[in-house]
Design a protein around this ligand. Structure first.
Ligand code: NAP
Length: 316
């Protein structure tokens, strides 16, 4: 550490919602003397520089990562392995290499083999996001009060874990350390399944022939539109999550299907008590989320403009 900075040079590879928000947060908190950025397209690199959440942009991930003390890879999960392979020869001894991918075992599988001796690889996942993507979607407050999960592999240097923990804390996050396998199971139920269900229900509605498309849109405020927010999330990101967290997702989908069948039976047999009990239990979960500070208590998800929070933050 030098002066007030946590890091001299931070490299952010992938300059979309998460990479952009991280750049803004690092700048706001003054955590790095220099932020070097890389994204695949020239348009994104140019835009990131214009917005100003990076200090320099580079045509290759390797150039951005060169001499960095902290490298945060913020690309879709499917690109993490190839990016790690590209930057491997350029990583500085003693540097921390991390990511923000929404799954962790697959990331360790894909990035792990490309970590040179003396580089501290600490996978991470900020549980914060919106349905927007790209460099214009980022904002400094995204991580405020949200959890960031670190999943260090056995034998990782504790001082490096503490340093990354302090970094995310300074970005506004609360930090938890977890086994990668457990992370993937927990996220399968709290994030991956809700998105898959949302993609599915919106797909079903768009295929319906008995209800016209325009009626689906017109009357969407009765519930449908709340699913469409999740179902508007980035297709590349969610394809990669499904492909890379297969087993936990299939396990949770199996349980979900069984519970759905039980619900179907309760409706068929007019078992009002069963329905009422379930709906009462689920309502209590909503209250617990608000009590834990992970959502606001405002009705209708704060859609009333006087209750809206910056950026329409959600967790993923
Ligand atoms: P995003 O807004 O779509 O941004 C992705 C960025 O990665 C873009 O700048 C893209 O560049 C760049 N990129 C893609 N492939 C690349 C490659 N091969 N080499 C270099 N750059 C590449 O996505 P995001 O929402 O920030 O998500 C990024 C990561 O964060 C994902 O791993 C996701 O699982 C994780 N995550 C997302 C959320 C969320 O809510 N969105 C929350 C937590 C974690 P171009 O613009 O040039 O294509």
């Amino acid at each position: 550490m030098s002066g007030a900075f946590h890091f001299e040079r931070v490299a952010i590879v992938g300059l979309g919602l998460i990479g952009g928000s991280l750049g803004h947060a690092v700048k706001r908190a003054g955590l790095a003397r220099h932020i070097a950025g890389h994204a695949r397209s020239e348009a994104t690199r140019k835009r990131a520089l214009e917005i100003g959440f990076v200090d320099s942009v580079h045509e290759s991930a390797a150039e951005a990562a060169k001499d960095a003390d902290l490298v945060v890879v913020c690309t879709p999960v499917g690109a993490l392995g190839p990016v790690a392979a590209e930057i491997e020869p350029h990583l500085k001894k003693g540097a921390i290499l991390t990511d923000v991918g929404s799954v962790k075992l697959a990331v360790i599988r894909d990035m792990g083999p490309h970590v040179p001796e003396g580089v501290h690889f600490i996978p991470g996942h900020p549980i914060a996001g919106t349905e927007e993507s790209g460099p214009d979607a980022g904002f400094a407050e995204l991580f405020e009060g949200r959890w960031c999960i670190l999943t260090p592999v056995p034998g990782t240097d504790q001082a490096a874990v503490d340093k990354l923990n302090a970094f995310w804390t300074a970005c506004g996050s609360k930090v938890d350390v977890m086994e990668p396998k457990h992370h993937d199971l927990v996220l399968a139920i709290v994030s991956h399944l809700p998105h898959i269900i949302a993609y599915n229900i919106v797909g079903t509605a768009s295929d319906l022939e008995t209800v016209t498309q325009s009626e689906v849109i017109k009357y969407s405020a009765s519930g449908f539109r709340d699913f469409t927010r999740l179902a508007a999330s980035d297709p590349t990101m969610w394809r990669d999550i499904c492909l890379n967290n297969k087993e936990p997702i299939l396990e949770m989908l199996g349980r979900f299907s069984e519970d759905l069948t039980a619900l179907q039976r309760a409706i068929r047999w007019g078992d009002g008590d069963k329905l009422f009990d379930l709906f009462t239990r689920t309502r209590a979960i909503r209250r617990s989320i608000v009590d834990a500070g992970q959502d606001i208590a405002a009705p209708n998800f704060g859609r009333n403009p006087t209750h809206a929070q910056p950026g329409g933050k959600q967790d993923q």
